[in-house]
Design a protein around this ligand. Structure first.
Ligand SMILES: [Zn+2]
Length: 227
């Protein structure tokens, strides 16, 4: 009877826990200075140069905390102020991760091409998926097809999130390898950086699990109406 509410609560709980995990890790590791005293910006620049990516620039992002990303169109690694200027474990981990995306792009890493191909559809689906489902539920008896279209849109979002996972995990493993190979971190710091990056990966996994639970929830609601 109440399965759909449980699914909803579990989905919210999973996302909340993953966000708490990454916030905790970030909070912890942004207070620990790395032994070489390197800032995120320095690490990003040096790893880019080591990989012949002199055409990629490193800039401060003004979109606030954890807005760090690689812009493949402008060829820019944008780092939030804390990551850019500070010389913490968190700064160099996140900076190296974003450079990992730039290296993926240069090497035409398979999942990134697939992810970019899915991106426009995923944008439409995430903007209009829920409203389609609400309309679909309202008009379920006259035209059930609307609800099924809404469910398909959520599945497109889930597919995008699924493809995002290997992209993110791969960027993090590249980051660790680059930090290690360039001797920017000690053995102990390697473990800390890995913990920090792992926590960030959980948010992507949580997003995927949450979307799947939401799809199940909508299917449960629809089946109940079908009876
Ligand atoms: Zn990433």
């Amino acid at each position: 009877m109440y399965e759909q509410y449980y699914l909803y609560l579990i989905a919210i709980f999973i996302v909340f826990m993953a966000q708490a995990k990454v916030q905790n890790a970030y909070h912890k590791y942004k207070q620990i200075r790395n032994k070489r005293g390197l800032s995120g910006a320095e690490v990003a620049r040096r790893i880019l140069d080591l990989n012949d990516l002199q055409n990629v620039s490193v800039e401060v992002s003004n979109r606030g905390i954890l807005s760090d990303h690689y812009d493949p169109v402008a060829h820019v690694v944008r780092l939030s102020p804390d990551i850019f200027y500070q010389n913490s474990i968190a700064s160099i981990s996140v900076a190296a991760h974003e450079v990992g995306h730039a290296i993926q792009h240069k090497e035409h890493y398979g999942f990134i091409a697939l992810r970019n191909r899915l991106l426009p559809y995923a944008n439409i689906a995430s903007n209009f998926g829920w409203i389609t489902i609400v309309i679909g539920l309202l008009f379920f008896y006259s035209s059930p097809i609307i609800l099924y279209i809404g469910i398909c849109m959520l599945l497109v979002v889930a597919l995008f999130q699924l493809v995002t996972l290997p992209v993110e995990l791969n960027a993090s493993s590249r980051a660790l390898k680059q930090l290690d190979n360039a001797n920017f971190i000690t053995k102990d710091e390697y473990t800390s950086c890995r913990t920090m990056l792992k926590a960030a990966a959980y948010t992507y996994l949580a997003a995927l699990v949450s979307t799947i639970l939401q799809v199940l929830r909508v299917i449960l609601i629809a089946r109940r109406r079908d009876d």
